[in-house]
Design a protein around this ligand. Structure first.
Ligand code: FRU
Length: 480
């Protein structure tokens, strides 16, 4: 939603209780609230931040402007979870309240150091002429959730980057702390800078070099770079804005991509023997995905189900955006798989053999198997005329297509109403489908390919219809 700068950057303290109540009442009126996905209490949710493990719990923050569905003065909002499925908001926030983050506490990461959680983030600072000076800054969160910001700036804007320099991700590698930061050079190409904490001291970051990762510079900015290790192999997840479609075909305004490597040379610094670049998700919206390695070595990711510069049907209710399920990354035959964590099955409240249904509560999971050499057409969020989210699965060609053009309220039409992908294994065997009111997450072959996105159904769009084919499997009602 377009709101004047004065509104978007109005100090938090200036918003009256009455104004905030009006916003809350408006948010409550939406028919599209999710039941088991994280949504903002009010305003806009964007990137996942500070995804980590600390104090016996998983920590997950999100970027938020609390006063409406627009990108304004951003804060971090804290949630925590013990099972990676049930997350609760704690009321803790990292607010933009000092000179180093005056125009927003932008995205970043977190890592337990000693008995505290270190938050590493970008302070978005602008001067009176609206010239931006991005600062990489830090804060400690203690076990009681008390946050104390560092006074000192940890990394200043280097000479060879423009104002686009942000989203530090801290990770530990061979007993040292490193951070990668997304950047744009003066030729308007995206790149990534690597820093190392001198003697593991997070107050002192030394520039190691520009990370060689096999990028071509066809993007104009790399947002939210994340390095995780999957079975010892480095995997770089990043959001290259403006990436040339000759390099990688994608339909969304900005892609979220990844590359798999054989090794990481922290001194050169380089990611070596990289795969081609791939789309992380084939749906309508998944962006700024953040990952981390858990203390027990798993690689977990979570994505923003939303995109920058896109208006959503919920905007008129003063909120926008949701967080994806937590997905675990694995490698099978050198290929990256993403699949919800095991504990997701704890949401299953009832199990039924899958059959078409005239009505559901649009909060369910499907586990479906498809016959070979068959064209299946399935409509979710279907009304009595069969209008809804159409999923076509062709097991002869290995092609899967989603069409949301008849699924309720339309938006982002400039970017088309269908998405598709082809399965590399040649065989589409099964799909796990998670539906949550206005959110879908579809995992093909246990996460070989993923479609994430939104639809905003009418009140009548609650059914499941089969137009052709005979998929077999289970339907589960989900309860949070
Ligand atoms: C990505 C992003 C980040 C930035 C944040 C601001 O969506 O633009 O690069 O830190 O959002 O909210």
């Amino acid at each position: 939603m377009d709101l004047p700068k004065e509104v978007r950057y109005r100090p938090y303290a200036d918003w009256s209780d009455t104004e905030i109540e009006t916003i809350q009442e408006n948010v409550a009126k939406s028919p599209w609230h999710a039941t088991y996905h994280i949504e903002p209490k009010t305003g806009l949710l964007n990137d996942p931040n500070g995804f980590s493990y600390f104090n016996g719990k998983f920590q997950l923050f999100y970027q938020n402007w609390p006063f409406g569905a627009a990108h304004g003065l951003k804060q971090w909002v804290h949630t925590e979870s013990t099972d990676l499925v049930h997350f609760s908001e704690t009321g803790i926030t990292l607010e933009p309240d000092n000179a180093n983050d005056s125009h927003g506490a932008y995205s970043g990461s977190a890592y337990q150091i000693g008995d505290k959680l270190f938050l590493f983030y970008t302070g978005n600072v602008r001067d009176e002429n609206w010239v931006r000076n991005p600062l990489q800054i830090g804060a400690w969160m203690d076990k009681n959730g008390h946050i104390e910001k560092f006074k000192e700036v940890l990394i200043q804007q280097p000479q060879d980057v423009t104002e686009h320099f942000r989203d530090p991700q801290i990770f530990e590698y061979q007993n040292d702390f490193y951070a990668i930061v997304g950047a744009q050079n003066h030729e308007k190409q995206g790149f990534i800078k690597l820093y190392k904490a001198v003697d593991r001291d997070v107050y002192h970051w030394k520039f190691v070099g520009d990370l060689e990762f096999g990028g071509t510079g066809s993007e104009y900015m790399i947002e939210c770079p994340n390095l995780v290790f999957v079975d010892g192999k480095p995997v770089l997840l990043y959001s290259p804005q403006g990436l040339d479609k000759v390099e990688l075909s994608y339909d969304n305004i900005y892609p979220n991509t990844y590359k798999i490597y054989q090794s990481f040379d922290a001194e050169k610094p380089a990611l070596l023997d990289g795969s081609p670049i791939f789309n992380l998700d084939y749906g309508f919206e998944a962006y700024a995905t953040q990952g981390f390695n858990t203390p027990d070595g798993r690689a977990l990711i979570v994505s923003w189900i939303g995109l920058p510069d896109v208006d959503y049907p919920t905007d008129k209710y003063d909120y926008q955006g949701a967080m994806s399920l937590v997905k675990e990354l694995t490698l099978k035959n050198g290929k990256l798989y993403q699949y919800p964590v095991e504990a997701i099955t704890s949401l299953r409240a009832s199990e039924e053999i899958f059959v078409p249904k005239a009505t559901t509560n649009n909060s369910y999971e499907l586990e479906l198997a498809f016959e070979s050499d068959t064209l299946t057409e399935l409509v979710l969020f279907a009304d009595s005329r069969g209008r809804g989210l159409k999923i076509t699965v062709d097991t002869q060609t290995g092609k899967i297509t989603l069409d949301r053009s008849a699924a309720g309220k339309q938006y982002a039409l400039d970017f088309g109403t269908s998405r598709s992908c082809t399965i590399d294994t040649g065989e589409i065997v099964e799909a796990s489908i998670f539906i949550d009111k206005s959110i879908f997450e579809i995992f093909i072959n246990k996460g070989e390919k993923v479609f994430t996105g939104r639809v905003f159904p009418t009140e009548q769009q609650t059914g499941i219809q089969i137009n052709s084919g005979n998929p077999k499997g289970y339907y589960y009602n989900l309860n949070y």
